[in-house]
Write a protein that binds this ligand. Structure first.
Ligand code: KG4
Ligand code: ZN
Length: 345
């Protein structure tokens, strides 16, 4: 089974060639630099940039994989959520190739891609597991009961965790995306400023209060040590994430926990999560850093899982779905013959 997958939901353009038995055989991911001067993603520029480079990237991936386009068994692309213009580029590109070459097409939910992304570099992840997805657009706690069977337990009520990193970095005149800049700066501080943490009922998150606290701190302390601000902010986000993850796990004590999405690249989050998991005998699954950020490999892997689960094929005329929540049931699980467990596990 050869899958050619595309991810263009935001500001990463990514193409991956993926084989069921071998995993990723070739890939290209490019982060768009055009947004850096604006301190955030400009949707129209993102769509144009995807369009400009997608054709050449696809040729490069096919050449590296040694695949003729006609040998691809399945074309896949992110269907949403994301920026509509950006989504349309990759989705239409993949659908058109599929149509010309008379092959099937599968639209993949972006967050479902993140959910299973640890499997790209490590085998053995099996449902049930609990997942924390932390990215620039999302902060979600999800329980995965079976392959492609998901239950949203909590999400952010305002900013996503990565968005908070980006906005605080902007306040401090650091570059975009802000997460890596804040993490680096925080390493220069022996201690962090103590910021108040939001208390939100249940399993939802809120980061806007923390963001405002940083804003007021910077306004009221013009001579403050920025590294101490970065460290205090990062610590507060990490503690808020872990606190909710812990509450969710106490309510749903699964043997495995996934942390995925761009913010999962953060070294401090990884360290605190590792200790948390060790203390509870939980198996922690965090993707390799290059697969935390948006990438087409995770879209290919999720498409393959959906195929193996016998999920109904995507309507070839389907449009992208920019605001779609995580599907609770990606496939209708009927007891069909030939529905197999993924052999990558
Ligand atoms: O998953 P991703 O590439 O794109 C979305 O789906 O949003 O995540 C991007 C987000 C950005 O907000 C970025 O600031 C954050 O991930 N990020 C980090 C780090 N690296 C990326 N946040 C904290 N620490 C990092 N090292
Ligand atoms: Zn993402």
């Amino acid at each position: 089974m050869k899958i050619l997958a595309f991810e263009t939901s935001c500001d990463e353009t990514s193409v991956a060639a993926f084989e069921r038995d071998r995993g990723v055989v070739a890939e290209r991911t490019r982060s768009q630099m055009v947004h850096a001067t604006y301190g955030g993603v400009v949707p129209e520029l993102a769509a144009r940039e995807h369009l400009r480079i997608l054709d050449q990237m696809t040729r490069d991936v096919l050449a590296e994989a040694g695949w003729e386009p006609g040998t691809v068994d399945l074309f896949a692309a992110t269907r949403g959520p994301g920026l509509i213009g950006a989504l349309l580029v990759g989705h239409t590109f993949a659908r058109t190739l599929a149509r010309i070459l008379r092959r099937p097409f599968r639209g993949v939910h972006h967050l479902v891609g993140h959910l299973y992304s640890p499997l790209l570099t490590r085998k053995g992840l099996e449902p049930p597991f609990l997942a924390l997805i932390v990215s620039g657009g999302h902060t979600e706690l999800v329980r995965v009961d079976d392959w492609m069977v998901h239950r949203i337990l909590g999400h952010t009520r305002d900013d996503a965790a990565g968005e908070a990193f980006d906005k605080v970095a902007k306040m401090m005149n650091l570059g975009y995306p802000g997460g890596p800049h804040i993490e680096k700066l925080a390493q220069n501080a022996a201690e962090g400023v103590s910021f108040p943490r939001a208390r939100v009922e249940g399993l939802d998150f809120s980061f806007s209060g923390l963001k405002t606290a940083v804003l007021y701190w910077l306004r009221d302390h013009p001579d403050t040590n920025l590294a101490e601000v970065a460290r205090g902010f990062q610590e507060a986000v990490v503690q808020m994430l872990l606190e909710k993850l812990n509450t969710a796990w106490e309510q749903h004590p699964t043997p495995r926990v996934v942390i995925a999405g761009g913010v999962a690249r953060n070294g401090r989050l990884r360290e605190v999560a590792r200790t948390w998991a060790q203390d509870r005998g939980v198996q922690l699954w965090i993707p390799a850093p290059q697969y935390c950020m948006d990438n087409a490999a995770m879209i290919a892997l999720a498409a393959d899982l959906a195929e193996q689960q016998g999920c109904p094929p995507t309507d070839p005329m389907a449009s992208p779905s920019p605001g779609e929540p995580i599907p609770e049931q990606e496939c209708v699980h009927e007891p069909t013959m030939g529905t197999t467990r993924p052999d990558r596990s």
